[in-house]
Design a binder for this molecule. Structure first.
Ligand SMILES: Cc1cc2nc3c(=O)[nH]c(=O)nc-3n(C[C@H](O)[C@H](O)[C@H](O)COP(=O)(O)OP(=O)(O)OC[C@H]3O[C@@H](n4cnc5c(N)ncnc54)[C@H](O)[C@@H]3O)c2cc1C
Ligand code: SF4
Length: 508
């Protein structure tokens, strides 16, 4: 009989992962903590600890179920420290000729498996709602790949929030109800937190020892690290936060990292939860009258809409996607992204929270750190590497379309029909940052003027040729043209001076 290895990667921790579904108990499962994967970007220590702990627990669960698991810890002296290396080593050890794998979520690793001298079959990862071919067929028929239409198809396909052929509540999308500014009080104590058990503590020691210089606080560590815990965290969210998720989805507070967000993306992306169980639980909460339609629709849209759409774009666009840079932005990522001091409170708080929690919610990622990088003209590849490193939920298939596409417009408008840029007004409206910032959001120019106000116009003028004809942006150019010439000059001069200070590493 041909001896087989079954490869399970760190973000494939689902009992129904494709390779496992086709395996039998005479196969050897290979799982490996390897330096190559833990260091291709300087991942947040919490992210590494989460994955290693969840992998160790998943391996133990498989062993309990009677599987043979060859597990390599990072500090095993025989560890070759790469996935292909570990497959070759285990193949020799077990006399295996074939490997069954589930397609990785990153072109880099797909290529590495293709280049490995072993016979490796990469099965489609069917934990997603839309297969590659389904997304390609959907995309082929369209000039513009707008998420909203894809999402409607996914609603029809799953039957989620459907009443016959019609959307529940008479609308596909309740987003206009979901833009309330930051509330004064949050009636949610945040995501469920777990005390590190022995497995987690062992991993924390290893990660603390091996990755002492990575950006991010390893402890306190409170993530769920197995499916049972992740399901408790999901139930906690559905019970206490989902009803208000919609209303305050876009709001930001300086002293509250989580508001009414689910904080489950790291569990979902690693395989501890499935999209189906999350969406079923949310739909049930609506059916039971526990959560309103605007909250539940908004939440389900993120998962069967945005998440699936982003994955579709990543695989459709191919391996060069992360190198796209249609706006020719070349500035280096400033030190403030790694915690250097800045007086811009929205940025310093978003980065500080990222460092502590390996988490920021969508609007902080899009309208604070992303918005600033785009306005300042930072090289999108550097921006992409930053996001990939610092968030516990970051894997290239989901991070890259969000960063290169949605946030940095570096793909020229595949993901978004216009760039997500704003002046300080948006941040002032949706957060409480500006109230205690050294800059004044109401000031457009002069000493203490909010840098977003300057950079916003600077960006629009730099890219006037590209964006002036976009009907959704024409109004902004008309506003600029109505400004007096001296004012326009002041704005651009002050923006240039600000960027110059930043480039020279001076305080901003
Ligand atoms: C610049 C940028 C980078 C991002 N990088 C990542 C990333 O690396 N990994 C990641 O999972 N998400 C990423 N997102 C999407 C989103 O910010 C996170 O999914 C969300 O903040 C996770 O927190 P949560 O679980 O509390 O989400 P909630 O706000 O509670 O939303 C529920 C779920 O919806 C899904 N979701 C929501 N928005 C998106 C989206 N735009 N794309 C994909 N899934 C979505 C997530 O699975 C999330 O858990 C990024 C967004 C931006 C703007
Ligand atoms: S004033 Fe400007 S820099 Fe300060 S918090 Fe508000 S938007 Fe950010």
């Amino acid at each position: 009989m041909v001896k087989r290895l079954i490869l399970i990667l760190g973000d494939q921790l689902s009992p129904d992962i494709a390779a496992l579904k086709q395996a039998d108990k005479s196969d050897t499962i290979v799982m490996a903590e390897v330096w190559d994967e833990a260091s291709y970007v300087a991942h947040h220590p919490k992210k590494i600890a989460f994955l290693f702990a969840a992998m160790r627990k998943f391996a133990a669960r498989l062993r309990d179920e009677g599987w043979q698991v060859a597990y390599s810890t990072l500090d095993d002296p025989d560890n070759t420290q790469s996935i292909p290396g570990e497959l070759l080593r285990r193949a020799e050890q077990h006399g295996a000729q074939e490997v069954l794998a589930t397609e990785p979520g990153e072109w880099r690793l797909i290529g590495a498996l293709n280049d490995c001298p072993l016979k490796i079959t990469q099965l489609q990862d069917d934990r997603f709602l839309a297969s590659h071919s389904e997304f390609e067929t959907w995309a082929e028929a369209r000039k513009q790949l707008r998420m909203e239409y894809f999402y409607r198809d996914m609603r029809r396909k799953t039957g989620l929030l459907m009443e016959g052929d019609s959307p529940a509540g008479g609308q596909w999308n309740f987003d206009h109800d979901n833009r309330k500014p930051a509330p004064k009080d949050i009636a949610f104590s945040g995501p469920m937190q777990f005390t590190p058990d022995d497995v987690v503590q062992q991993v924390l020691r290893l990660v603390g020892d091996k990755f002492p210089d990575n950006f991010g606080d390893l402890e306190p560590f409170w993530f769920a690290t197995d499916t049972t815990q992740a399901r408790r965290a999901l139930t906690h969210f559905i019970t206490y936060a989902l009803p208000r998720f919609g209303d305050f989805q876009d709001a930001m507070l300086r002293d509250n990292a989580f508001l009414y967000h689910a904080v489950i993306s790291m569990y979902l992306n690693a395989g501890l939860l499935s999209w189906q169980e999350i969406c079923d639980a949310a739909q049930q909460a609506w059916r039971d009258g526990h959560a309103p339609i605007n909250a539940v629709e908004g939440f389900i849209r993120q998962i069967i809409g945005w998440r699936e759409y982003m994955r579709g774009i990543y695989f459709l666009e191919g391996p060069d996607y992360t190198r796209r840079n249609v706006l020719n932005h070349t500035r280096d990522l400033p030190g403030l992204y790694w915690g250097a001091k800045t007086d811009m409170l929205c940025l310093s708080k978003s980065v500080e929270q990222t460092k502590t929690e390996a988490y920021a919610h969508h609007i902080q990622r899009l309208m604070v750190t992303g918005n600033f990088a785009l306005l300042a003209g930072i090289d999108p590849y550097q921006v992409h590497e930053w996001y990939l490193a610092v968030y516990a939920d970051a894997y290239e298939w989901v991070e890259a379309p969000n960063v290169i596409g949605m946030s940095q417009f570096a793909d020229g408008g595949i993901v978004g029909s216009k760039p997500y840029v704003s002046s300080g007004n948006y941040i002032a409206k949706m957060s409480d940052y500006c109230k205690s910032c050294a800059y004044d959001v109401r000031k457009k120019t002069g000493q203490g003027a909010c840098p977003f106000n300057l950079l916003y116009w600077d960006f629009l003028i730099r890219h006037r040729e590209r964006f002036a004809k976009n009907p959704r942006m024409a109004q902004m150019y008309r506003t600029w043209d109505r400004m007096g010439e001296p004012r326009r000059k002041t704005v651009l001069t002050e923006a240039a001076a600000f960027l110059d200070r930043m480039d020279k590493g001076r305080p901003i």
